[in-house]
Design a protein around this ligand. Structure first.
Ligand SMILES: NC(=O)c1ccc[n+]([C@@H]2O[C@H](COP(=O)([O-])OP(=O)(O)OC[C@H]3O[C@@H](n4cnc5c(N)ncnc54)[C@H](OP(=O)(O)O)[C@@H]3O)[C@@H](O)[C@H]2O)c1
Length: 224
């Protein structure tokens, strides 16, 4: 079993979710309110470790009126337990945090040392060899009460999740901006596919304008 997974992201018209230097303020206040309403509805929110390092996000509901109980459980996919101990999500009591770590981290002194500190402020879940086994993680999250999960990037984790057939829905805010840059992160990076025939098929559901942004919503074909 797995949670129902909604990928949400903001991107520029040229498909970038950050600039080549990692700047990622894209969609503006109106869209952030939409995102925080979504956060309020879900049980969990998940990001990759590079997003935590780049943005140091809180991953809470704070752009709309809310109570502490509205905050989803935070999940970070971090094979080597690299998360900085001064990250905001490790130093507040706004919500529970789960760090998903791979088993290979148990053999690396630096990771073992970091985990000793991490287990005091977060729940640690070990799975997979070199990288976190995402299917296993989804099962663990579901069994621990997370029935709906918002995936908030970045592009590497987005690609792994869609490739593994773990995303059910995609909501994208397209901002009328263009930043270019061949090393700037796009909505899905990772290794990519070789042929169009391998592309993940998605079904358009709806679109609407929100301020200057265009919101696109898709369901992901069930190819699990
Ligand atoms: N505009 C938006 O909506 C938005 C939203 C979120 C993020 N962003 C931007 O996205 C950028 C970060 O994206 P990113 O692609 O560099 O990193 P990311 O997706 O945040 O994190 C990827 C990392 O997760 C770890 N990981 C562990 N197991 C994995 C697995 N099975 N599959 C995939 N990853 C796994 C890997 O590091 P280890 O091997 O060390 O574990 C991997 O390098 C930042 O610049 C951020 O600002 C933008």
């Amino acid at each position: 079993m797995k949670p129902y997974v909604i990928l949400n992201a903001a991107m520029t018209l040229d498909g970038k979710i950050a600039t080549k230097t990692g700047s990622s303020e894209i969609s503006g206040e109106e869209d952030l309110e939409r995102v925080h309403k979504l956060r309020k509805e879900v049980d969990g929110i998940m990001v990759g470790i590079n997003t935590v390092i780049a943005d140091n996000p809180r991953l809470t509901v704070h752009k709309i009126p809310s109570k502490k109980e509205d905050n989803p459980i935070r999940v970070v996919v971090d094979s080597k337990a690299r998360i900085p101990l001064n990250s905001r999500i490790l130093n507040d009591d706004d919500a529970k945090t789960i760090i998903a770590i791979s088993n290979s981290a148990k053999n690396e002194d630096k990771s073992v040392e970091n985990c000793k500190h991490l287990e005091k402020v977060a729940n640690l879940f070990y799975s997979g060899d070199e990288q976190v086994d995402l299917k296993d993680l989804m099962n663990y999250l579901y069994e621990n009460g997370i029935e709906t999960l918002m995936l908030e990037g970045g592009s590497t984790l987005n690609f792994s999740m869609i490739k593994e057939g773990l995303i059910d829905e995609i909501k994208i805010a397209i901002a009328p901006m263009i930043v270019g840059g061949k090393s700037a992160k796009t909505l899905f990076d990772g290794d990519g596919f070789d042929y169009m025939g391998e592309a993940i098929k998605i079904d358009f559901e709806s679109s609407y304008c929100l301020g200057k942004n265009l919101i696109l919503e898709y369901k992901v074909n069930s190819n699990k």
